[in-house]
Design a protein around this ligand. Structure first.
Ligand code: FES
Ligand SMILES: [Fe+2]
Length: 325
């Protein structure tokens, strides 16, 4: 995990009135909404006796622990200890700072730093990564989330992989070519831009694709009128939460347009990715990529660019990592 970056921890609509327990970033977190509906994210563990605060409830805009009813405000400060009465002296150790959190583009984002401290000034945080095409609201958008039992770097790498289509998805999408040509990959700052075509040998035209990436974990894929964002979030070393937001530009009619997007999403997300891709991905060794001894080819140029960008960002953040090939 690259520190000091925004990560999408859940779809906005998954967080309702009740506190939500989330396994993300190798930790157990609780997300909840304060009296103004603002999302708050803190460590799930209660600093009193360690109960899971996600089993608690929100009362008067504060999170109440289910065990002894201690209450915590949106900054993470403990505000009430019922067993000690209204004049209780509340020790600083009962406060656990809230993570810098924002809601944008249908997702709840958490700014991940190595140690949470109150020293992170909200004004100094970088922009949340997003793609221009998806900034304007769309009438034909559909979103979904799945949990993959797979390392999150491997999950992100899989977003750049198009040359598996005829082999893994040929039963559902027959007639695709095997050749990736042309393929252009450009890296600028923390962005990767990929343009290419999957075609049959001897034919000039095939399936045109665009794959764009914004660090640390946001990918946009586009195939002839359909486009979608995959917002990956690490759960731990072996699991990934994947959020997807789909759009299409074929049919801009309120209900029908959304239905078409939803149908494409069900085919791609639930069938192609969650069954066919995941089956292959789970057999991949090593399961975590940093020790990978792989022989990338030209068609893997997007994956190679991602590995290098990730490596550079980790080093910049002071994390020791193995150099990518
Ligand atoms: S464990 Fe949370 S209030 Fe006691
Ligand atoms: Fe696939």
């Amino acid at each position: 995990m690259i520190p000091n970056q925004w990560y999408p921890i859940c779809l906005s609509h998954e967080l309702r009135r009740r506190p939500l327990g989330l396994a993300r970033m190798g930790r157990r977190l609780v997300a909840w909404r304060d009296g103004d509906g603002r999302a708050v994210v803190m460590d799930e563990r209660c600093p009193h006796r360690g109960a899971a605060r996600s089993d608690g409830r929100v009362r008067d805009g504060q999170l109440e622990c289910p065990w002894h009813g201690f209450r915590f405000d949106a900054e993470g400060a403990c505000r009430r200890i019922p067993c000690e009465g209204p004049d209780a002296k509340i020790s600083a150790g009962l406060s656990t700072p809230a993570y810098p959190t924002r809601e944008a583009n249908g997702l709840l984002w958490l700014f991940w730093c190595a140690e949470v401290s109150e020293a992170v000034p909200a004004g100094s945080l970088p922009e949340i990564p997003w793609f221009e095409e998806f900034r304007e609201p769309s009438r034909s958008e559909a979103s979904a989330a799945i949990d993959w039992p797979m390392n999150y770097v491997r999950s992100i790498e899989s977003n750049f992989d198009v040359h598996h289509f005829p082999f893994v998805h040929g039963s559902v999408l027959p007639g695709m070519g095997e050749r990736i040509d042309p393929l252009e990959v450009e890296v600028e700052g923390t962005s990767i831009r990929t343009r290419g075509q999957l075609r049959r040998q001897g034919r000039e035209r095939g399936l045109a694709f665009e794959i764009d990436f914004e660090a640390p974990s946001l990918t946009r894929l586009a195939f002839q009128g359909f486009s979608f964002i995959v917002a990956d979030c690490p759960v731990d070393e072996h699991n990934t939460r994947r959020h997807a937001i789909y759009r299409q530009s074929w049919l801009d009619v309120p209900l029908l347009g959304r239905f078409l997007t939803w149908s494409f999403m069900m085919l791609d997300w639930k069938w192609l990715q969650n069954r066919q891709d995941l089956k292959i991905a789970l057999g991949q060794r090593p399961a975590a990529p940093d020790l990978a001894v792989e022989h990338l080819v030209h068609a893997d140029a997007g994956t190679a660019a991602y590995r290098k960008l990730r490596h550079d960002l980790l080093r910049k953040a002071g994390v020791e990592v193995q150099k990518p090939q």
